[in-house]
Design a protein around this ligand. Sequence first.
Ligand code: AMP
Length: 530
Amino acid sequence: MSFKACVPLVSHKDLEPYIQRIVDGDASPILTGKQITCISLSSGTTQGMPKFVPFNDELTESTMQIFKTSFAFRNREFPIGNGKALNFIYSSKQFKTKGGLAAGTATTNVYRSSEYKKTMKAMQTPCCSPDEVIFGPDFHQSLYCHLLCGLIYWDEVEVISSAFAHSIIQAFRTFELVWEELCTDIHDGVLASQVTVPSVRTAMSKLLKPNPELASMIHKKCMGLSNWYGLIPALFPNVKYIYGIMTGSMEPYLKKLGHYAGKIPLLSADYGSSEGWIGANVNPNLPPELATFAVLPNIGYFEFIPLRDNGQGPKLNKDESLFLSVEPDPVGLTEVKVGVEYEILVTNFAGLYRYRLGDVVKVMGFHNSTPELHFVCRRNLLLNINIDKNTERDLQLAVEAAAKLLAEEKLEVVDFTSWVDMSTEPGHYVIFWEVSGEASEEVLKQCCNCLDGSFVDVGYVSSRKVTTIGALELRVVKRGTFHKIIDHYVGLGGAVSQFKTPRCVGASNSRVLQILCNNVAKSYFSTAFG
Ligand code: AMP
């Protein structure tokens, strides 16, 4: 009680001046008694710039605890032997801050810790790839080598994983393009010349031996597939499951992942952030989109701001929600109610107190006395012109509906994002799509109308009817555009492992908007509202 009375709720912005002092080398006890010596860069996909957050050994420890906890539950349902994991993980650039602190993404800080290797071993899933590949400076080269390592150990691979499922999709989409080169490398025992990093080449040369039988087996299997369906079990017959975060902004990739996976189960991983972990998936049997996360009560102090009872009632925009009379008091871990949505607050061992993570979760039930959370979405609104309020989830549903029309043409949305264009009068929503092939004009027009009609928020629909919001625009971008966006984030110090496509491009994200706008191939305006 006294903690709550004394400590205000904060967002990252409030803490920035304190974190900056730490980053700049001020060794006095600022946020923690023990000095912080390491900084994590959060992916920062929403704002367009990575954020700095404190990192310490306690966070490494809770990461290992989460990994081991969910593994124990997973292994009961889906036991694995003593195989290997083909783990599509990548390190970010690591650098020293002005004050001499080591900085990198949280996943990089974890992968670098000696604890990580021990834990992976304890979980019977040592990584196929050598460290030089994981920590290589060029993720395109690392990705290629991860694939090669997986193929070399093809019959030992029991788990295919990544931090966020996007990296698995990215890997197998790349496989579709480079599989013949991979076969040549395996056949000759010589690494493709496109891999230029000396440490990576040296490490790979120890693994790669000429193996014409394996090369021809892979070749045969690939030729036998139809549209790459079941690629994963074809290449890795002993794989037991595919593992990674598949909820939230990863949901749009599930269909494609299921396509590559065939009948191999998809198991959704745990819930956490650069700021610290929150919960473990202790029900691995649930379909990935329904995954829940049991909060580990000892790794932080968690509070919950109720948002709307039973999912009813209006969505709050940021200004409204910060208005005192509107926002209810946060409740404790044991006081949450099933069926209610909450914004989550984190107090952790690395200097965050009553910190707004920005995520909305829904309580689905309890595991013993700890709540099981479903990830709903980021709290901030994505699309908002006047009285309309659309979240990431609303956008996702609209894209899903429209993508069904594309599926009839055997095409898919590779990735998508959105932008509010206020340069027109009135302003309008712009949805950017990268499509897997050439769609007909007719279908794309229908998709555009479907997107416009799928935002069911009353504020949006009524504004569209009276044209205080203009017709939605669908802009189809050239193939590879979203790759350019990843490259951009990696250039800023982000890591592919933590990459989440920004689902809305805000004003502060002008470089990404520029990449998108420079790559538009076609554009359509909706006629859904006449
Ligand atoms: P990062 O910037 O990489 O620290 O991203 C952390 C954010 O990723 C969280 O605040 C969530 O919004 C999202 N996230 C992490 N784990 C999950 C999960 N299991 N399901 C959905 N979203 C997640």
